[in-house]
Design a protein around this ligand. Structure first.
Ligand code: ADP
Length: 271
């Protein structure tokens, strides 16, 4: 009986141990699956521009007698796809590095007011061609201790989206203000909006609401996942509100409580 009890006890301990080990492995397995999906999606996304470049280059070689003027539409496509691939690779690198914690927040006192105006100005030239109006509504002074390069990247992503998905004669408004315990930033547009069923997924890697529209605009489906990572690296929150046909508003809140915790801007910048 005693032996039986010991065996039963041992069996129960082994089973409990296996159960716990199995449970402990779940997050590792999930993260492994996530990485595998990331690699598979990335390869898939890279295949499209490479096949287009391959096909167009073969076409060029097939008709050596044609003039450069005749060939220029193909060359333009090759250039455009190459540019797209470059952006994709840069975005993939950012995300891969953020996954392996290779990017650290390098903090300095950032003049967000000037940064917003500067980024808005970068887009103004493009916007004029499309007669889209860009308005900035920024409190002065507006400073925040954070990673300037990343905060700039965040603004570029949000403004780029607003711009990509806003048709002719639209309006984009960027606001920035200091609130009691945080800095609030928003980018609102009068663009096509995001359908309700897409909204919960927009921060997922490679998720593109309207694939054709996103692709035509040079989208990679990675912008908002990078934006979310940047905001979370500053302990902040980001949310997107949208109404189809009316427009979209991205809202970011960066808490001041964490401002002093980042390492000072010095040494290597891993981004
Ligand atoms: P993409 O490179 O496709 O723009 P993002 O990750 O930046 O990728 O955005 C994911 C998807 O969210 C987009 O494909 C688009 O469907 C939707 N989206 C993002 N921002 C906007 C916006 N301002 N207006 C309309 N749709 C948007």
């Amino acid at each position: 009986d005693l032996a039986g009890g010991i065996v039963a006890g041992a069996a129960i301990s082994i089973l409990a141990g296996l159960f716990l080990a199995e449970r402990a492995l779940v997050p590792i397995r999930r993260s492994w699956e996530k990485q595998q999906r990331f690699v598979a999606d990335a390869s898939h996304e890279l295949r499209t521009p490479t096949s287009i470049i391959q096909a167009r280059t073969e076409l060029l070689l097939h008709y050596p007698e044609r003039s450069i003027e005749q060939e220029s539409p193909h060359i333009a496509v090759i250039l455009q796809e190459n540019k797209r691939m470059g952006k994709l690779i840069a975005d993939l690198l950012t995300l891969a590095r953020s996954d392996s914690n290779q990017i650290q927040i390098q903090a300095s006192e950032v003049a967000l007011d000037s940064l917003i105006v500067e980024v808005a100005d970068q887009f103004r030239f493009l916007a004029e061609n499309k007669s889209v109006e860009i308005e900035t509504n920024v409190q002065r002074p507006l400073t925040f201790r954070g990673d300037e390069a990343r905060l700039r990247q965040l603004l570029v992503i949000l403004l780029d989206n607003a711009f990509k998905y806003t048709p002719f004669s639209g309006r984009i408004e960027i606001t920035g203000e200091s609130r009691s315990h945080s800095v609030y930033l928003s980018v609102a547009d009068t663009g096509c909006g995001i359908p309700k069923e897409d909204l919960p997924h927009v921060f997922e890697r490679f998720y593109r609401g309207d694939k054709a529209r996103s692709r035509a605009q040079g989208g990679t489906g990675l912008g908002l996942s990078i934006a979310k990572w940047i905001v979370e690296a500053h302990h902040g929150t980001i949310r997107i509100r949208s109404e189809v046909g009316l427009g979209t508003k991205a809202e970011v809140s960066l808490p001041r409580a964490h401002e002093r915790q980042y390492p000072a801007l010095a040494g290597r910048f891993a981004g």
